[in-house]
Design a binder for this molecule. Structure first.
Ligand code: IMP
Length: 435
């Protein structure tokens, strides 16, 4: 990273691309790491010295001593889950104190009632359910934009907190009744917050001001995206999306800084594709290859434990993610998982009524009619987990990476070949003037 630069790391698929590992890696060169959207729906898995840590809300920079971690106003914060995550980190020997973590006082709060409503809606929707993580994300963001949310700063003012909770429950209880669920009382909501309320107050502050000051001093900011491009509420496979904007353009908004602080965008994609929850996924595999990817890639949700749907890499979808995010370079994760699969297939375009179809299926009403068209590439059988330079990779693995680069016109700068922090192949920076 350059001095005073701001790199955004975004998921270029449906989340679970391995952003946490990339953020942990790039955090070594940053001064601050900021989460700008989402909440505890995220599950960022980090493996350092063989020890696994799964973070849901605290930025993935927390494992680097001395890096400032910030939870921006664009996140929805579950105070009880945040305190529990701090406890888990403490048990793993990582101290999270106010010198390390700042939480925006403007971030909307996820309350118990949001989680209940999330579950109630999914149960009522039956087969049409979104497949949410059940963490109350949608209902919490709804309250933010309907100007009814409790925000983190309200934890410091108990009377205001009670007024806000009472006002909120007037409508929320009507919704719970509509779904045949019991109502909740303000006392229940406030009692759930009470054990952590005082504890969290020292962490609250002005996230945007802190980041702007750091940038003014030449500090480098890493913006940590959660979920992925195709789960973006505006640009994803709506309605099967999350309730926040996951794209890089939202990094400045959610962090509370000007867009000039974002100077580069790294997109993370797996060498294949996964999706958890409902919604279109045209390259999904229901066969033994899909089962193999799930087993070898350990494709089970980091937050919910649900098995992930698995399929081939979708290049039109990746091009779409590149466009809506402004991705300049790529990291490809889990290349090792493709070992032994022959051929490896990659979707190059989609056919619709017999014609090549340029628009990303799933963001158009026409998606059910399109069919993926694949290129078959020869696979590799070698164990690549010890590869650290491009020359260590088998020729067929290099060919696959070159094929992806050429198809999406972006350089791949890092390839992950295992879950560990050091299990990566780094590519030299391109000198041919590519973007
Ligand atoms: P919600 O964000 O819990 O409302 O879930 C909405 C959709 O986004 C569901 O399909 C979830 O499975 C998906 N989703 C939310 N967060 C993540 C994530 O971190 N990784 C992968 N999928 C996610």
């Amino acid at each position: 990273m350059n001095p005073a630069s701001g790199l955004v790391v975004v998921g270029a698929q449906w989340g679970d691309e391995g952003k946490g590992k990339l953020v942990d890696l790039y955090a070594a060169e940053a001064d601050a790491v900021v989460r700008y959207q989402g909440g505890t729906n995220a599950g960022h898995t980090l493996v350092v010295d063989g020890r696994k840590t799964v973070l849901h809300l605290i930025p993935s920079g927390i494992l680097h001593p001395g890096k400032r971690c910030v939870i921006g106003s664009g996140c929805v914060v579950d105070p009880v889950a945040l305190a529990a995550e701090m406890d888990e980190l403490a048990a793993a020997g990582v101290t999270v104190d106010p010198t390390r973590l700042l939480v925006s006082f403007a971030a909307p709060v996820i309350l118990e009632v949001h989680k209940r409503l999330d579950h109630a809606r999914e149960a009522s929707a039956g087969a049409a359910k979104i497949g949410t993580t059940g963490r109350g994300i949608g209902p919490a963001y709804e309250d933010a934009v309907s100007r009814a949310a409790v925000r983190m700063g309200d934890l410091a003012a108990p009377e205001r907190l009670r007024r806000r909770v009472e006002a909120l429950l007037f409508e929320k209880n009507a919704l719970l009744r509509a779904h045949g669920r019991p109502e909740v009382t303000p006392d229940e909501i406030i009692a759930a917050l009470e054990p952590v309320r005082e504890r969290l107050l020292p962490f609250l502050g002005d996230a945007g001001a802190s980041l702007a000051a750091l940038n003014a001093d030449g500090g480098r900011i890493l913006f940590e995206g959660a979920q992925g491009a195709l789960l973006d509420v505006w640009h994803g496979t709506y309605p099967f999306v999350t309730s926040s904007s996951t794209v890089a353009g939202n990094a400045a908004v959610g962090a509370g800084v000007g867009p000039q602080l974002v100077t580069d965008v790294l997109g993370v994609t797996k060498a294949y594709a996964t999706r958890v929850g409902s919604g279109p996924f045209t390259t999904e595999l229901d066969d033994e290859v899909g089962a193999l990817l799930r087993r070898v890639g350990r494709e089970f949700g980091a937050t919910t434990g649900r098995p992930r749907r698995c399929g081939w890499l979708d290049l039109p979808a990746l091009r779409y993610a590149i466009r809506i995010n402004g991705i300049t370079r790529l990291a490809v994760t889990k290349l090792d998982v493709l070992r032994g699969i022959d051929p490896v297939r990659v979707c190059t375009h989609h056919a619709w009524r017999g014609q090549p179809y340029a628009v990303m299926p799933g963001v158009s009403d026409a998606w059910p009619e399109s069919t993926p068209v694949y290129e078959s590439l020869p696979g590799f059988t070698e164990d690549i987990s010890a590869a650290r330079t491009p020359a260590d990779l088998p020729a067929n693995a290099r060919r696959l990476l070159a094929f992806i680069e050429a198809a999406v016109e972006r350089p791949i700068e890092l390839v992950s070949v295992g879950p560990g922090r050091e299990e990566n192949v780094r590519f030299a920076a391109r000198t041919d003037g590519a973007p």
